[in-house]
Structure formats: C-alpha cells, structure tokens
Design a protein around this ligand. Structure first.
Ligand SMILES: [Zn+2]
Length: 192
C-alpha cells in the first residue's frame, strides 16, 4: 500500500573512526540533501531521543516519537535483540511534508524522494516516490519522517517502522538484508 511505504536508501556507511561531531555533521548534510530541507531546530524528546526539525515540533509530536521508540524496543527485546535500544541512540529528522494526503485522500504526510530501486514499480510517481519515512544513516542511527499536525499514532508507527531497519542492522544483519528493500515486496511491521 502506497501510504505504508517506508523506504530505505542505500548509502555509504559513515566512517566510524571520525569523532561524534563530525559524524553528526555528515548525517545532517545527508538529511538535508535527501529532503531539500534545512534543519535549524535541534532538541531532545522527554526520553532523550535527538530531534532535528524545520519548525519547532509540538509536545504531541515528541511524545509520539518516544512512544514509537518504546514500542520498537519492546518488540526488539521480544525478538532477542539488545543493541541500540536507548532513546538517545536515535536521531529523528522531521522534514516538511511534500504531500499531506495520499491518492485516496487520507491524511498522510509524506516526503518525496528519488525513485531509485522503486523506479517502474507501482510506487513510482515519475522519477520520485512518496515515502512516509526514510533511513538516513546507520551509525549514528538516523531517519527522517514528515511533519504531522494530527494523526500522531501514525508518527509512532513510522518511528517504530523506520527503527526496525536500524535495530536489525545492528542486531541481525542477515534479516536486515532480507527486509531492507521493499520494492521486492514486504513491508512493516517486520518484527512481530
Ligand atoms: Zn521499511
């Protein structure tokens, strides 16, 4: 389903030998390249996740991010995974929505990104696709979602879903590889 599409874009892993500040600069640059947004707001959720935004996010948005990570950590532990299960391990970029409704008219703030491996699939809008979220970096871990003004449960779902790719990358590389590309079918939730 189009409005459930969560895309992972393959990218060069950020080198682990550089300092944290340098890594964060690279991740920020990648997020700005992918979204064409400028993330001038930086803050933390009440539980400590890192948030970068175009506009100041409201309390519901931050709480929804925390809840999505809470849900992710519960299901990850249930699957026997233990690495990278702290809120502060995650950076969430909140970009501008490139659309707020899907083709069926449902509220669905999404981000337009290059079609890449989705070119020619049902998702392809003519060189780009609408993605609900996208992984930006694996180390440090970061992903982007769009601004929401309501439907905060959707935000929690997106955070959990993007987080699945990151948890799998750090805990179960084989399963990560099998589920990273949705263009061949398969979607979220991956972890049950
Ligand atoms: Zn996905």
């Amino acid at each position: 389903m189009l409005n459930k599409l969560i895309l992972v874009v393959a990218l060069t892993a950020v080198a682990g030998v550089t300092g944290g500040f340098s890594q964060n600069r690279q991740v920020l640059a990648e997020a700005e390249r992918v979204t064409q947004d400028r993330f001038t707001i930086g803050l933390r959720t009440p539980k400590g996740a890192n948030v970068y935004a175009v506009r100041q996010p409201n309390a519901q948005m931050l709480a929804a991010i925390d809840k999505g990570l809470d849900d992710l950590f519960v299901i990850a532990r249930k699957n026997g995974y233990s690495r990278r299960l702290r809120h502060r391990d995650y950076s969430v970029f909140i970009g501008k929505a490139d659309r707020t409704r899907d083709s069926a008219g449902t509220y669905s703030p999404d981000i337009a990104v290059g079609a890449a491996q989705y070119a020619g699939t049902d998702y392809d809008q003519g060189g780009f696709i609408y993605a609900a979220g996208m992984v930006i970096a694996f180390n440090p871990m970061a992903f982007v979602i769009a601004e929401h003004e309501r439907a905060y449960a959707r935000v929690s779902d997106l955070v959990r879903f993007e987080g699945e790719h990151l948890v799998l990358f750090h805990n179960d590389r084989r399963r990560y590889q099998q589920t990273a590309d949705h263009s061949q079918g398969g979607g979220h939730p991956i972890l049950q």
